[in-house]
Design a protein around this ligand. Structure first.
Ligand SMILES: *[C@@H]1O[C@H](CO)[C@@H](O)[C@H](O)[C@H]1NC(C)=O
Ligand SMILES: *[C@@H]1O[C@H](CO)[C@@H](O)[C@H](O)[C@H]1NC(C)=O
Ligand SMILES: *[C@@H]1O[C@H](CO)[C@@H](O)[C@H](O)[C@H]1NC(C)=O
Ligand SMILES: *[C@@H]1O[C@H](CO)[C@@H](O)[C@H](O)[C@H]1NC(C)=O
Ligand SMILES: *[C@@H]1O[C@H](CO)[C@@H](O)[C@H](O)[C@H]1NC(C)=O
Ligand SMILES: *[C@@H]1O[C@H](CO)[C@@H](O)[C@H](O)[C@H]1NC(C)=O
Ligand SMILES: *[C@@H]1O[C@H](CO)[C@@H](O)[C@H](O)[C@H]1NC(C)=O
Ligand SMILES: *[C@@H]1O[C@H](CO)[C@@H](O)[C@H](O)[C@H]1NC(C)=O
Ligand SMILES: *[C@@H]1O[C@H](CO)[C@@H](O)[C@H](O)[C@H]1NC(C)=O
Ligand SMILES: *[C@@H]1O[C@H](CO)[C@@H](O)[C@H](O)[C@H]1NC(C)=O
Length: 800
């Protein structure tokens, strides 16, 4: 809390206007255009008018970022014009009066103040004092922090008073431009002493999204996790439960905002760098955060659901068309006979606290005993993971709303009850799985190049094992099927005028469906030689991948020899049309480029880590990054063929030379893209008067001379954040390291790009760091947008 000194009281302005001060004294007021500014110039308080509105409100915002409005007084009662004032009434309450002196808002402190003073603190808290109260005592009579809007600031508490029932929650704005209370509320759910946060929609508490329970360290799944920049603080006493976060870095400002769509975002800005807020982590962040998406007794993993081991889909038909809502049932019912035990599920968001019991001081062993002895106990877990873990949490009945979490980070293990015979079966199956995985691994190492299909086989088999009992032999495609005739007419008979590109496996047309919807139509070449089964598998695979940074598949068409895929139509074509074009590239300001980089990284993170079927893209390149109307980046061309694919200039050395691809070869391509986006130059075809290195070599040479910034596209220099650019270059170089193990995983790459206080490793020489002799100079290549290379070209590459 800010310390207040006596001296402040001396500068109480006596004449009406109170500009450039943080204090509002008695007999003074603020009208539209006048503001209070906190002593270190961080926050500002005054009247504002949202964009596109004639109403005005009293609010607090960041002085360096006036659009970041952190608090609104008269949310429920806007001023219809700009003629409001903030002042004190006769008993010393803060009031906002309209033109007719009607009260539209009041601080509602129920007493009489002799000499009221209001002050805007550097924390963003607007507080009310009485001058006559001893100033050494930080007793505010009223504070804005007790009346949160849609935002949590560092030091501001969300709380639940267990005695009075008073609750401080976040309530969304109605829309981006309308501060009146919206549809979503973030509130604490305290059941049996267990706490979790829930985003609830409307006044009916039936729909919600929830974080995990407080596990002693954090609310699992909440954007405020135990790592910089915002550190969570949770207090549980007999009278009050409260939650807030602290920021330790002085230059970093963070807010947790429940935006009007009900998404809780941690927004961070490094003030010494720029005034741009980045959303670091969001909740909900993916389909698995949708409450109860998988039904009972199932775990959400990526975009799929898996029955808890020992359970099987209640209605397999729905399950196979990816409708998971009916959940899972036991393969063998429990009857509480001898030999029952538990099977552990690691790194999971624990089930909702529907029917639960908490024993705060019990150990894990005692917990197991207790659960085993009670026939209706279906699962247990440790409630407080600090130290060696303590506290016993028991569930009775169905287990709802679980998801897989990333390993390691303060997440919990759930122990699920199993019958004796099931336990035996599981143990047996686990042994078989290990054997199977070994076989698959060795066949990959054995040099199987047709990995596109093999990979699918692996995940497919794995899934069979994991869905406990259910043998999926046939999978139906849960995707609209279109008539060939409808597509013919949508594309004017696949006319050349409608052709908008040529992807790895065939031409792409712009299509206008009868409904008026625009789509991108990808017609697979007949020469792609795909069989029906293979095509279906692919389509199923792609249809399952859903992320805002991936181009969505809308449907397909299979008729005779025709194989057609329908995708979202992207207004702005692909990234290469922008960054490599002298005029268009000027439309991509640095901030836009940065957003595109982050978008690509998020899409890749989804493919690599979060989706159920870990996907290696293998052909990331500028022409495969599509841009929608708002220039959001979406990764495209996930369709696979049997051929080794990849594009000259983007392929990692081990991939280009030996056909070995991995997550890390995608990272390499990502690094190339990053450097291309920063520099506006193609890696392939790059030329420089003073050396024969490619773009990567060029960037590395500049970086090693401390002149990294010169890599950046000229002309972008008007508006950018130097350290951000340098960081992107450094991360780009780290991604294109020669050896796969030196390249970061995509999750680290994202954190490094967003840089919250991370010290980055120093890049070494990039892969392919040898000067080309002119014979092989890529610069001579006339091929503009490089197409997929086949094995033959790759062999030539080896000859260097
Ligand atoms: C405020 O105004 C009243 C009436 O005009 C006056 O009596 C009082 O002294 C003023 N207070 C201050 C602190 O100026
Ligand atoms: C806000 O602007 C949009 C278009 O920019 C317009 O359609 C809408 O009517 C405006 N709303 C108000 C309240 O003025
Ligand atoms: C804020 O709310 C808390 C909890 O209800 C209460 O204890 C405290 O006195 C309030 N502070 C102010 C200044 O109103
Ligand atoms: C829960 O999350 C989903 C997915 O983001 C969203 O569509 C839905 O509106 C959210 N519901 C609530 C109550 O927040
Ligand atoms: C999913 O299955 C449920 C019945 O379990 C049904 O009510 C619902 O309509 C299905 N959803 C879809 C999208 O088919
Ligand atoms: C309980 O189930 C087991 C199989 O899990 C079975 O062997 C046993 O006979 C059952 N006991 C009773 C009392 O039904
Ligand atoms: C808390 O969650 C439980 C389980 O979902 C629910 O029954 C209860 O109504 C919730 N309580 C509040 C205050 O929302
Ligand atoms: C099992 O736990 C439930 C819920 O706490 C309780 O109601 C029931 O009495 C317990 N049964 C036994 C046999 O202890
Ligand atoms: C989740 O899916 C990933 C990718 O398919 C897989 O590697 C992982 O084992 C799954 N996790 C669980 C707990 O099933
Ligand atoms: C904030 O930016 C400054 C200046 O670029 C930098 O020195 C500092 O390390 C950054 N702080 C964090 C935590 O990223």
């Amino acid at each position: 809390m800010a310390k207040i000194t006596l001296s402040i009281f001396i500068i109480v302005p006596m004449t009406g206007l109170s500009l450039a001060t943080d204090i509002l004294g008695v007999n003074s007021s603020i009208s539209y255009g006048e503001t209070l500014v906190s002593s270190n110039l961080i926050f500002e308080l005054g009247f504002f008018t949202p964009h596109n509105s004639s109403m005005s409100y009293l609010g607090i915002w960041y002085k360096f970022s006036p659009n970041m409005i952190v608090w609104v007084a008269n949310r429920n009662n806007p001023l219809v014009d700009r003629d409001g004032i903030l002042t004190f009434n006769s008993v010393g309450n803060l009031v906002v009066l309209n033109q007719l002196n009607g009260v539209v808002w009041s601080s509602e402190w129920s007493g009489v103040l002799q000499n009221p003073i209001a002050q805007l603190l550097d924390t963003g808290n607007f507080v009310l004092w009485d001058n006559f109260v001893s100033s050494s005592d930080e007793t505010y009579l009223w504070q804005s922090f007790n009346y949160s809007s849609d935002m949590l600031l560092a030091g501001m508490k969300l709380m639940l008073n267990l005695k009075t029932g008073f609750e401080q929650r976040l309530t969304t704005w109605k829309s981006m431009d309308d501060p009146s209370p919206g549809d979503y509320v973030l509130e604490l759910n305290n059941t049996q002493g267990l706490s979790q946060y829930e985003v609830v929609q409307g006044h009916v508490n039936s729909k919600k999204n929830r974080t995990g329970q407080w596990n002693g360290v954090q609310f699992v799944g909440s954007p405020i996790v135990l790592s910089p920049p915002a550190v969570p603080v949770f207090v549980y006493t007999e009278s009050e439960i409260s939650f807030m976060f602290e920021v330790q870095e002085r230059q970093l400002f963070s807010v947790a905002k429940l935006n009007y769509l009900g998404v809780l975002q941690l927004l961070v800005v490094n003030r010494s760098r720029s005034a741009t807020w980045n959303a670091m982590i969001e909740f909900p962040s993916d389909p698995c955060d949708i409450y109860g998406r998988c039904g009972a007794n199932a775990i959400c993993n990526g975009s799929l659901c898996e029955c808890v081991i020992g359970f099987m889909p209640k209605s397999p038909d729905e399950w196979t068309v990816l409708n998971f809502s009916s959940g899972c049932k036991r393969t063998i019912p429990l009857n509480c006979s001898k030999g029952e035990g538990f099977w552990e599920i690691e790194n999971v968001k624990l089930p909702d606290q529907l029917e639960v019991m908490l024993y705060r001081s019990m150990s894990l062993d005692e917990c197991k005993d207790k659960c085993l002895k009670n026939c209706s106990c279906t699962a247990y877990a440790i409630s407080d993971i600090r130290g060696r873990g303590i506290g016993c949490l028991m569930w009775f009945g169905h287990l709802i709303d679980m998801r897989v979490l990333e390993e390691g980070n303060h997440v919990q293990t759930l122990y699920v009850r199993q019958s004796a015979s099931k336990l035996d079966a599981i143990r047996d199956r686990t042994r078989r799985k290990i054997i199977l995985v070994t076989i698959i691994l060795s066949s990959i190492i054995g040099g199987l190049l047709l990995v596109g299909t093999a990979l699918w086989g692996v995940t497919h088999k794995k899934r069979r094992i994991r869905t406990g009992g259910l043998e999926i032999t046939k999978e139906d495609i849960d995707l609209p099927l279109y008539d060939f005739a409808a597509i013919e007419s949508a594309t004017s008979n696949f006319s050349n005028d409608n052709m908008i590109g040529f992807g790895g496996i065939g031409p792409v047309y712009k299509g206008n469906l009868q409904t008026g919807q625009l789509v991108a139509v990808k017609r697979l070449s007949k020469s792609s030689g795909q069989g029906l089964e293979e095509f279906k598998n692919e389509v199923l695979l792609i249809a399952r991948l859903q992320h805002r940074n991936l181009v969505g598949l809308l449907g397909c068409c299979i008729e005779g020899e025709e194989r057609i895929l329908l995708y979202e139509y992207m207004d702005n074509k692909s990234l290469n049309y922008f960054i490599f074009d002298q005029e268009k590239s000027m439309l991509l300001t640095w901030q836009r480029r940065f957003d595109i980089v982050v978008g690509i990284a998020r899409g890749l993170l989804y493919l690599h880590r979060d989706s159920k079927l870990q996907v290696i893209h293998r052909d990331l390149k500028a022409s495969n990054i599509l841009l929608d109307g708002d220039l959001n980046a979406k990764i495209s061309d996930l369709a696979r063929t049997k051929r080794v694919i990849g594009t000259h200039g983007y392929m990692a050395p081990e991939y280009a030379m030996d056909g070995k691809f991995s997550l890390k070869s995608d990272i390499y391509s990502f690094g190339v893209l990053l450097l291309e986006i920063v520099s506006g130059k193609r890696n392939r075809g790059f030329s420089h008067p003073s050396h024969h290195h490619n773009l990567l070599g060029h960037a590395w040479l500049l970086w090693s001379k401390g002149r990294a910034l010169e890599t950046m596209e000229e002309g972008l220099h008007s508006s950018f954040d130097r350290t951000q650019v340098e960081r992107c270059i450094q991360v780009g170089l780290l991604c294109v390291q020669k050896f796969p193990e030196d390249r970061p995983a995509i999750s680290s790459a994202i954190y490094m790009i967003l840089n919250w206080g991370l010290v980055l490793p120093e890049p070494k020489e990039p892969g392919f760091f040898t000067e080309r002799n002119s014979k092989y100079s890529d610069g001579a290549s006339s091929k503009r947008d490089s197409h997929t290379q086949n094995l033959v070209t790759l062999t030539m590459l080896e000859g260097r």
